[in-house]
Design a protein around this ligand. Structure first.
Ligand code: C2E
Ligand code: CA
Ligand code: CA
Ligand code: CA
Length: 278
């Protein structure tokens, strides 16, 4: 199915009047999909820009609906979030992703795994224990797990979110601020939280060689991160020119279609083997 633009997604997901029935039926299908273990995980590689080594993957959920085909996460993630399905979805993703990580590890691939969290995850006091249990089950070093959170996610209930994040961080898990630069929050949490990484939002990265303002924003975020001792990931790198610019700016980690689009575990594995071993 054709990929829709972000704009179409938001119209689809907010225009409840015309889409209520569609939404309700999708919602019950999503419940069903989760119960029957039918989501798919895709993996997008992250490369160290200095060593040119693939160091990790971001895990992205995919839902192939039996009738409607590909439903983008920008539609079903908010749907899960609004209807109390998010905790289940997140634990399902963590379980699958860390299981995959263990399998890769057994084949000699040592990769960091980044998993996205949602707002309700940070309001869930059981999350740290659940994560601990899954790490233990697959014998995975917590340092190799990164949890990606957005600024708006913290701000919906900062006190509670901080508590959960502190707990996760004390377990050795890494924290990343996703979509950095698009939120409204103050920068105070960067020093108060034990954040390890910042991901520059792709809206700044994608066209930074054509848009001078975006280049300045990216440059400034990289400097800010480095001055705070944080690692920077640039996402949404689609062109060689942007890649080269980011090398010049000393960005640490690269992610985007230019390197590799998100892929199934098998496709990613084949891509990795070909690239790293030959
Ligand atoms: P995100 O976390 O910001 O993920 C990055 C998005 O950018 C992904 O979209 C990815 O496929 C896309 N992308 C990667 N490289 C490029 C590129 O070079 N150019 C462009 N234009 N896009 C690129 P995707 O997979 O459609 O996911 C959309 C959003 O849905 C994610 O944004 C994340 O917020 C959410 N999401 C996806 N899977 C999960 C999940 O398992 N749990 C949670 N809580 N959220 C998820
Ligand atoms: Ca992310
Ligand atoms: Ca992002
Ligand atoms: Ca996003």
């Amino acid at each position: 199915t054709a990929k829709r633009t972000d704009r179409e997604y938001s119209i689809f997901s907010t225009d409840l009047d015309t889409h209520t029935i569609e939404q309700l039926s999708l919602l019950s299908d999503l419940r069903d999909t989760l119960v029957h273990d039918k989501l798919i995980l895709y993996y997008q590689p992250q490369m160290d820009m200095k060593t040119k080594k693939v160091v990790g993957v971001e895990v992205l959920s995919r839902w192939i609906h039996p009738l409607q085909g590909y439903i983008p996460p920008d539609i079903f993630i908010p749907m899960a979030e609004q209807n109390g399905l998010m905790k289940k979805l997140t634990l399902w993703v963590l379980e699958k992703a860390l299981h995959q990580s263990k399998k890769w590890c057994e084949e000699g691939l040592n990769l960091h795994i980044s998993v996205n969290l949602s707002a309700s995850d940070l309001q869930d006091f059981h999350l740290p224990d659940n994560v601990q249990r899954i790490l233990y089950k697959y014998n995975i070093d917590p340092k190799t797990l990164t949890l990606e959170i957005t600024e708006s996610l913290i701000m919906s209930d900062p006190v509670r979110a901080m508590e959960t994040l502190k707990h996760l961080s004390s377990m050795g898990i890494k924290l990343s601020i996703d979509d950095f630069g698009t939120g409204y929050s103050s920068l105070a949490y960067l020093k108060n939280l034990s954040v390890d990484e910042i991901k520059v939002d792709k809206s700044f990265v994608m066209d930074m060689t054509e848009d001078k303002n975006n280049e300045i924003i990216v440059r400034t975020i990289i400097n800010l991160a480095h001055n705070l001792g944080l690692r920077v990931v640039a996402e949404g790198i689609e062109q060689k020119g942007v890649w080269n610019k980011l090398v010049d700016l000393e960005c640490d980690i690269a992610q985007g279609y230019f390197l590799c689009a998100p892929a199934s575990a098998e496709s990613f594995y084949n891509w990795y083997i070909e690239r790293e071993l030959f």
